[in-house]
Every structure is written in structure tokens, then in C-alpha cells.
Design a protein around this ligand. Structure first.
Ligand code: ZN
Length: 188
């Protein structure tokens, strides 16, 4: 296991479409080690998720985990550790919600983003088994954010109102407890 270096915004690796992984490749030592290292790197950086292109490997693998009382995202509902290989996100309703997102590849910046509120995610787990999960609200946001990385998209691309950009400290000072923050109740 190893901590991997995280690519930051401006690095072209974050803007490429990552390629699909075959089952044979997934089950080999390179991808299995990558998955272990993604998990370790995500936890070390207090991320809610991390995608392979963020550690300079353009393959369609990401991991998500939100433990209760997450240090960076205490407002998020917990998600158990999930490894997503070749994920495909499909909206399951027309509902959307807005929330403040942040990203390990965009240091010290958050911004308000509108996303689908109800989604179905189809993917393989790390053993190559087909899985699917339905997600709603803030949890759905996390899946969409990580899967966006596999298509070279960052949350900053989806911020419709640039005046919402804020540092993490100013988010805590000026935004967190204001009515300006969308929580699951704001789903619409
Ligand atoms: Zn991110």
C-alpha cells in the first residue's frame, strides 16, 4: 500500500476521458494495488472519494467512502467503502439539488453545484462482479462528482454561479449555517 500523489487542477491528466478496464486487467496485481492505494490515499487526505485520474492513472476506477462525522464533509450521509469500476450513472428522476462541493484536486475551494437528485449507478466491484446502487440527494452528488472525474470533468465546470466560490475556512464562517446551503431537504 502506498500514498499516491494527487494531481491538482491545471494538470491535463484531469481533463482526459479515462479508459475502460477489462475484467482480466482488473483482477491483475496492477489494478488491485491501484485500488488499495486509492483507498489509502482517499482516507489519508480525508476525501469522500477519489478517482484514478486524480492519481495520474487514466482508467475508469474510483472509490467512495463517507464515514460518520467525516472531517471534511460532516453534513454528508455515510456511504460504506465502495469501489466502482467502469461506472455508468443514469438519472432516475427529473429532480435536482444544489450543494457545495469540494475536490482533492482543487485545493481549498468549494462552490455550489446543481446535480441530479436521484440516480442509478451500474458498475463492477473490485472482483469484477456487476453491481448497481441507487442513490438520492447528497449521496447521489458524491457518485456524480467521482464519475465526472472519469470523463475529465471537475466540479468547477458545473458551478453556475461563480460568486458561490469560497475557501473552506470561509465556507465554515459564512456559508455552513446559513440558509444558502442545500441539504437533502432542499431536493427539488
Ligand atoms: Zn474531485
Amino acid at each position: 500500500m502506498a500514498l499516491l500523489k494527487i494531481a491538482e487542477v491545471g494538470n491535463p491528466i484531469l481533463r482526459r476521458r479515462s479508459r475502460e478496464v477489462s475484467r482480466e486487467e482488473l483482477l491483475g496485481p496492477t489494478m488491485q494495488t491501484l485500488i488499495d492505494d486509492l483507498i489509502e490515499t482517499m482516507r489519508d487526505a480525508d476525501g469522500a472519494g477519489i478517482a484514478a485520474p486524480q492519481v495520474h492513472l487514466p482508467v475508469r476506477i474510483c472509490v467512495i467512502e463517507i464515514r460518520p462525522n467525516h472531517p471534511r464533509y460532516p453534513e454528508k450521509e455515510p456511504i460504506p467503502l465502495t469501489v466502482l469500476v467502469n461506472p455508468v450513472v443514469t438519472p432516475t428522476s427529473d429532480a435536482t439539488l444544489e450543494s457545495f462541493e469540494g475536490c482533492l484536486s482543487v485545493p481549498n475551494l468549494r462552490g455550489r453545484v446543481r446535480r441530479h437528485a436521484d440516480i442509478l449507478v451500474r458498475f463492477w466491484d473490485r472482483a469484477g462482479q456487476e453491481r448497481e446502487v441507487r442513490a438520492h440527494g447528497i449521496q447521489a452528488v458524491t457518485y456524480q462528482h467521482e464519475c465526472d472525474h472519469l470523463d475529465g470533468r471537475l466540479f468547477v465546470d458545473r458551478v453556475t454561479d461563480p460568486t458561490s466560490f469560497t475557501t473552506w475556512r470561509n465556507y465554515a464562517t459564512f456559508v455552513k449555517d446559513s440558509k444558502d446551503v442545500a441539504v437533502p431537504a432542499a431536493v427539488r
